[in-house]
Design a protein around this ligand. Structure first.
Ligand SMILES: *[C@@H]1O[C@H](CO)[C@@H](O)[C@H](O)[C@H]1NC(C)=O
Ligand SMILES: *[C@@H]1O[C@H](CO)[C@@H](O)[C@H](O)[C@H]1NC(C)=O
Ligand SMILES: *[C@@H]1O[C@H](CO)[C@@H](O)[C@H](O)[C@H]1NC(C)=O
Ligand SMILES: *[C@@H]1O[C@H](CO)[C@@H](O)[C@H](O)[C@H]1NC(C)=O
Ligand SMILES: *[C@@H]1O[C@H](CO)[C@@H](O)[C@H](O)[C@H]1NC(C)=O
Ligand SMILES: *[C@@H]1O[C@H](CO)[C@@H](O)[C@H](O)[C@H]1NC(C)=O
Length: 328
């Protein structure tokens, strides 16, 4: 409970009139601004097993979005000298055609990969070339190659570009002067393109490397060890493990067994400010009570049961009525 002093201050100041109907729009802050608590799990599992375990027992495998977060996670580890899975993975299945941003299912959609491709050699091959024989291969997007553009009006029409460009520049070129880099959805389209190629050309298929955390949040921070990821395990899919001594990350075959780090998501404390505006006298205990009750109900519907509420005045000086924790 608040001290009498602060309570009196509250009463004297609050002749005012706030209470704008409680819209609680501020609550959306809670769902996007969670604080992560990390849990080191001392049981070796494959990445997929670790993910399932974390999702079952906690919220998910660890997502790390800053150096501070990485350090904080490291600080909680009593068992250094190991590698532990975190929630970052490179899912080689996630290819898409640039045109229309169409997702590509490597098992279901038409493809014409050369045997053994895509192999993501050196872990940086995320763009596709069509070879002179019509077969596809993944390659480093920064390689300079000619390309095949595509126009959509009427039946698809392909244009061979002779200029050597990176995949990204080819994409810009085709989008600016045609419709897009070539999208190739059938074998007859392959047959239409490749006979005159003579060499490897970029087409509009690519994938994002290391673009997904297990909880689907975007990758905004990485902490790879020097020269990682390097796909040393030569696998299609790779998962990130953190060296529990240095905090740096390594890519590994997802089927290796490592200990791992889970996370739970905790809403930040005292992060939400709400303004109340009202004709009513907010020093009226009944009104205060009403506000608190509504706030409580709303927080509980949002699954939040452990919180404190405080009043803060306009000049930033805090005078408060503290609502003690209530279990929902
Ligand atoms: C972690 O990093 C330390 C320091 O570089 C190194 O000695 C150790 O071998 C690494 N551990 C693993 C499991 O790679
Ligand atoms: C890929 O396959 C899925 C499922 O069969 C289908 O819905 C989708 O349209 C296909 N995409 C392309 C680009 O053909
Ligand atoms: C991709 O890997 C190759 C071989 O390790 C390297 O030479 C090249 O610089 C890498 N490219 C990028 C963009 O990381
Ligand atoms: C479109 O084509 C013109 C003429 O070849 C070229 O100068 C221009 O750079 C192209 N646009 C882009 C974005 O590459
Ligand atoms: C990766 O993230 C993107 C965008 O968030 C999502 O659309 C895609 O389905 C994810 N891929 C996988 C394999 O989870
Ligand atoms: C990780 O990086 C450290 C220096 O940052 C280096 O000494 C070590 O050899 C690297 N380990 C690997 C496996 O690349």
């Amino acid at each position: 409970m608040a001290t009498n002093n602060s309570w009196n201050l509250f009463q004297s100041r609050m002749k005012i009139l706030l209470l704008f109907i409680l819209t609680f729009s501020g609550l959306s802050v809670l769902s996007t601004n969670f604080f992560r608590k990390y849990h080191y799990v001392n049981i070796p599992k494959t990445w997929a097993e670790a993910q399932a375990y974390c999702r079952d027992v906690y919220a998910d495998l660890a997502t790390i979005d800053s150096q501070a977060g990485n350090n904080r996670l490291l600080g909680g580890i009593q068992d250094p000298g190991k590698q532990a899975w975190i929630g970052l993975f490179d899912d080689a299945v996630w290819w898409k055609w640039t045109l229309g941003d169409v997702y590509f299912n490597i098992n279901e959609n038409f493809s014409n990969w050369k045997p053994g491709e895509p192999n993501n050699e050196d872990s940086n091959q995320s763009c596709v070339v069509m070879q002179f024989d019509g077969l596809w291969r993944d390659e480093n997007c920064d390689t300079d190659r000619p390309s095949v553009c595509f126009n959509e009006q009427g039946p698809p029409k392909y244009y061979l570009m002779k200029t050597f460009m990176t995949w990204g520049n080819s994409l810009d070129y085709c989008r600016s002067n045609y419709t897009d880099l070539a999208r190739v959805l059938t074998m007859s389209e392959v047959n239409e393109i490749y006979p005159p190629l003579g060499r490897n050309h970029w087409i509009g298929l690519h994938r994002n490397l290391w673009s997904n955390w297990s909880d689907q949040s975007p990758v905004t921070f990485t902490n790879w060890n020097n020269s990682k990821p390097d796909n040393q395990d030569k696998t299609m899919t790779s998962c990130a493990a953190l060296n529990t001594t240095t905090g740096t990350w390594y890519d590994h075959d997802c089927d290796k067994k490592h200990e791992f780090i889970c996370q739970t998501l905790i809403p930040p404390r005292s992060r939400i400010k709400m303004k109340f505006q009202s004709e009513a006298d907010l020093s009226d205990p009944d009104i205060q009570q009403q506000i608190l009750e509504q706030l409580h109900a709303k927080l509980k519907t949002n699954g939040i049961t452990d919180f404190t509420l405080r009043w803060i005045d306009a000049d930033g000086q805090t005078f408060r009525k503290e609502q003690s924790k209530k279990k929902g």
